[in-house]
Design a protein around this ligand. Structure first.
Ligand SMILES: Nc1ncnc2c1ncn2[C@@H]1O[C@H](COP(=O)(O)OP(=O)(O)OP(=O)(O)O)[C@@H](O)[C@H]1O
Ligand SMILES: [Mg+2]
Length: 250
């Protein structure tokens, strides 16, 4: 794995009992980019993210983060990762700051500090309000803050804009840019919504029925005349796409 690669999966397969949900998938995420992981409901995005963060073990193949095998060196890998996978779980009776403090204690670092992190996600004014009284969007913002507050090198965010309003979505886009440009992070985010990926990601990986079928830089397609991004990805996601993609490469 090259030193310029943040995440690499090779021939990754995951079976639950007799059902194969991830099949022979490969993925390469260069350092310093926003990698948008696009796929329909049930395609396998969360399952792959869980293998990248050690929440699930691969049946075969490897998942490497920052040059380390996630299965073999989970503890080390987790120090370099921040993640938000599915709905975040908090101590409901504690405030946002208290929840973040607990996470920082656990990670053994001061990171950005709770005040700065809450400000970065637009939750500075929530004071002592218990997280149990937070709205869905506020919980999501706090989940994102907890993912990056310890200053990880790689951020893995599963459907990060779930529940956010349009302003929140724009704020998060700016936040991601700043985490990459000012703090040198690499961000993987998943979505089933193309427009979200289109406006946020540098690079896109598409997963169809458990297999990553293509990876490309968005600029490569945007630069080609006569192609509507929506049609391009819809074709790929619906499983007809590789022919379409190849025809347009020529
Ligand atoms: N613990 C499990 N046991 C059995 N099957 C599972 C398990 N977890 C996930 N699956 C199956 O794996 C497939 C991929 O699920 P996954 O949650 O990774 O999809 P996803 O791309 O994240 O979808 P969504 O956009 O709905 O979040 C689905 O068919 C799902 O039913
Ligand atoms: Mg999912």
């Amino acid at each position: 794995m090259s030193s310029t690669t943040a995440v690499q999966i090779t021939n990754l397969t995951k079976k639950f009992r007799d059902t194969t949900v991830i099949k022979d998938s490969n993925m390469t995420v260069p350092k310093g980019c926003v990698y948008g992981f696009l796929g329909a409901n049930g395609a396998g995005k969360t399952t792959i993210f869980k293998m990248l963060t050690g929440l699930l073990s691969p049946t075969s193949g490897t998942a490497m983060v920052l040059g380390l095998d996630v299965t073999k060196e989970r503890e080390k890998v987790l120090r370099g990762i921040g993640s938000l996978i599915e709905a975040p779980v908090f101590y409901e009776h504690l405030s946002a700051a208290e929840n973040l403090e607990l996470h920082l204690d656990y990670m053994g670092t001061k990171g950005f500090g709770t005040g700065v992190a809450l400000d970065m996600v637009g939750l500075a004014g929530t004071g002592k309000k218990p997280v149990g009284k937070f709205s869905l969007g506020m919980r999501q913002r706090l989940g994102i803050a907890r993912a990056f507050i310890h200053r990880p090198q790689v951020l893995i965010l599963d459907e990060p804009i779930n529940g956010l309003d349009p302003m929140g979505i724009r704020d998060m886009r700016n936040l991601f840019l700043s985490l990459i440009q000012k703090h040198g992070m690499t961000i993987l985010l998943s979505s089933h919504i193309l427009s979200e990926i289109e406006h946020t990601a540098d690079m896109v990986g598409v997963i169809v029925n458990g297999t990553v079928v293509c990876e490309l830089y968005l600029d490569e397609i945007k630069g080609q005349s006569g192609i509507r991004l929506e049609d391009y990805f819809f074709n790929i996601m619906s499983g007809e796409g590789m022919n379409y993609a190849k025809a347009n490469e020529a």
